[in-house]
Write a protein that binds this ligand. Structure first.
Ligand code: NCN
Ligand code: DMD
Length: 336
């Protein structure tokens, strides 16, 4: 059973009863941070991350017993418009590469101690071209969201999310543009290597699609623009919330995937941090619009969950300090 097992409409999702952060655990973790042998706040963001983990795990001593990474893969009808330098077949080929351990995410998960799974979502049935019609039916969105929720292991201490989908840098820019406005061109980047002409084609296709779907709001952005891996990421984020599992989101595509949840209610992302800021220029803009500060800036733009997996190492370090350091009293160090 998942939080979405019995849900029969997108509207019903917004009525789900979801847990909030445990403020008492957060306060106790902050009190511990302030008692540790360091000048106040000198571990900066590491302190914030320890308190964040405490607030969702509901304990002043948060821990990572099991870290799970999931890569969701989908294909997109908008590829018919030529917005992607690589052929769509690469989505399935990279899924095989993930399964055989040959991709960057396999190495990064091993390095940071995360257990990786891959969920390929109907790769032989791409979504419809959102610049011409709705990308998916409500039933298709719900199915992908449910599969996202089902991928979350209940005993996970922290969930790392990533995606793979040729053409999905166009989907990401369209979701961001639809929710936050500006011009389509401001949200478009190189993706897997589009040149200037490729970027203006992307912007033109996005302009057309977002004009067509101008009334789409909240979760209906998934029906209008798609795609399956975006819906699955939203489903996994909701399941993690129901189970109080903190989430690390990846780059531009993964952050844009949860824009429909943010647009419906920004609090739905309170248990999510963003692992890194992607080299795609739209990502910084999107993070600012969503009030999220990334953990790392590594000039990466790969996707697959790569930046999120790397940030897991920082999260682990934050908890090592939080749980392992001596207090002033224990170490006999004088306080100010
Ligand atoms: O996550 C990012 O920041 C990111 C930035 C650019 C590209 N990607 C990856 O590249 C693919 C989409 O690029 P494209 O050019 O096919 O639209 C998709 O598989 C993503 O995982 C990912
Ligand atoms: C080779 C390749 C690997 C990827 N990983 C995520 N998106 C990708 C896109 C391409 C083209």
């Amino acid at each position: 059973m998942t939080i979405l097992s019995e849900v029969t409409s997108l509207d019903a999702i917004l009525g789900l009863d979801l847990p909030s952060a445990d403020q008492a655990a957060a306060n106790a973790a902050l009190e511990r941070q302030n008692s540790l042998t360091k000048p106040p706040a000198s571990l900066g963001r590491l302190e914030d991350l320890a308190v964040f983990m405490a607030s969702w795990q509901g304990t002043d001593r948060p821990a990572i017993k099991a870290a799970q990474a999931v890569v969701f893969a989908g294909n997109h009808g908008v590829c018919d418009k030529g917005v992607n330098p690589f052929p769509q077949a690469v989505t399935a080929q990279m899924v095989a590469n993930f399964e055989h351990g040959g991709a960057a995410i396999n190495q990064l998960c091993r390095a940071s101690g995360a257990d990786l799974s891959v969920v390929a979502l109907d790769l032989d049935t791409p979504t419809q071209d959102f610049s011409e019609k709705d990308a998916m039916t409500e039933a298709e969105v719900l199915d992908a969201m449910r599969r996202g929720a089902e991928a979350v292991k209940p005993d996970t201490s922290v969930l790392i999310l990533g995606e793979m989908g040729i053409g999905n840098s166009t989907i990401a820019a369209a979701l961001a543009f639809a929710a936050f406005g500006g011009t389509a061109a401001e949200w478009v980047g190189r993706g897997t290597g589009s040149d200037e002409a490729g970027k203006s084609l992307k912007a033109q296709v996005i302009e057309q699609g977002v004009t067509l779907h101008k009334d789409a709001k909240g979760l209906s952005l998934l029906t209008a623009i798609g795609g399956r891996e975006q819906a699955a990421i939203c489903g996994a984020v909701l399941e993690a919330r129901a189970r109080r599992i903190p989430v690390i989101l990846d780059g531009y595509i993964c952050t844009a995937a949860v824009v429909p949840l943010f647009d419906a209610n920004p609090d739905l992302l309170a248990h999510c941090v963003v692992g890194h800021v992607s080299a795609e220029p739209g990502h910084r803009k999107l993070l600012d619009a969503m009030g999220k500060e990334p953990i790392l800036a590594m000039n990466m733009a790969l996707g697959e969950g790569s930046g999120a997996a790397l940030a897991l190492g920082v999260l682990r370090a934050a908890l090592e300090c939080h749980n392992g350091m001596a207090t002033f009293a224990e170490a006999g160090v004088s306080e100010a």
